[in-house]
Design a protein around this ligand. Structure first.
Ligand SMILES: [Zn+2]
Length: 242
């Protein structure tokens, strides 16, 4: 995996501003949240909290580095594995994503090594009411996703990750990607993702290869971060000691 950590904060700001413009121009964000291009929502941690309610869904535990599961390459979902269990798992993954809150989550982040990610591409496609608010927050499950085409044009965005707490890094990725995937029922799809959605889907697909944003920075920076995290100790009362 190529490392891409040379981006500047200014670059990230431009990318964030462009993403914000894109969202605004699509009229897909609630009015009260538009025009805030200065703040950069990390990939996994948007400002807005969304919930999907269902008695059958469960919030799963999200693993964090240096858990070795996060470094493993995931296996494809086989033809005989589609059905109720996979659909329920995708729903649980989505519920976990919304609860975090996040806009994307990959199966290995909850300890499942199947090639499945969920994303919330609602910023660009969600139906909205008269006030511009989503009427029905929906997630997209991508099983065995593959990039079939990517734009030469790149985009730098300051990404965060639920599995790498308190860490953000400028990452350069293609601005547009064409993805082939199966849905939870095994039906094949092809879809172009652009801008922020493209970043989210590529970030989640990295997880399926065992790659987290921490793998995109220098060994020194990665080492410092891990050292800091491992020094954190949980006291008996549940508080953290640094
Ligand atoms: Zn992540």
């Amino acid at each position: 995996m190529a490392r891409a950590y040379g981006g500047t904060r200014a670059g990230a700001s431009e990318a964030a501003a462009a993403a914000a413009r894109q969202r605004s121009s699509g009229g897909l964000r609630p009015e009260r949240e538009r025009g805030d291009a200065k703040r950069r929502p990390p990939v996994d941690l948007p400002r807005r909290r969304l919930r999907v309610s269902s008695a059958f869904m469960a919030v799963l535990h999200v693993l964090t580095v240096p858990n070795p599961i996060l470094s493993k390459k995931c296996r494809p979902v086989g033809p005989g594995e589609f059905g109720e269990e996979l659909a329920r798992f995708a729903s649980d993954l989505a519920e976990t994503m919304y609860a975090a809150p996040g806009v994307g989550l990959a199966a290995p982040q909850v300890g499942d090594l199947r090639r499945l990610v969920v994303i919330d591409p609602g910023n660009c496609t969600r139906e909205q009411d008269d006030d511009g608010r989503p009427t029905n927050p929906r997630f997209l499950a991508l099983v065995n996703p593959q990039v079939i085409e990517a734009s030469k044009e790149m985009m730098i965005y300051e990404e965060g990750c639920l599995s790498v707490p308190d860490f953000e890094e400028n990452v350069s990725r293609p601005r547009r990607v064409h993805i082939r995937y199966l849905d939870e029922s095994g039906k094949p799809h092809q879809k172009w993702f652009e801008g922020y959605d493209a970043i989210v889907v590529q970030h989640e697909m990295d997880h399926l290869e065992g790659v987290v944003i921490l793998d995109r920075v220098s060994r020194l920076k990665k080492g410092r971060y891990l050292q800091k995290r491992q020094k954190v100790r949980v006291r008996n009362d549940g508080s953290l000691e640094y």
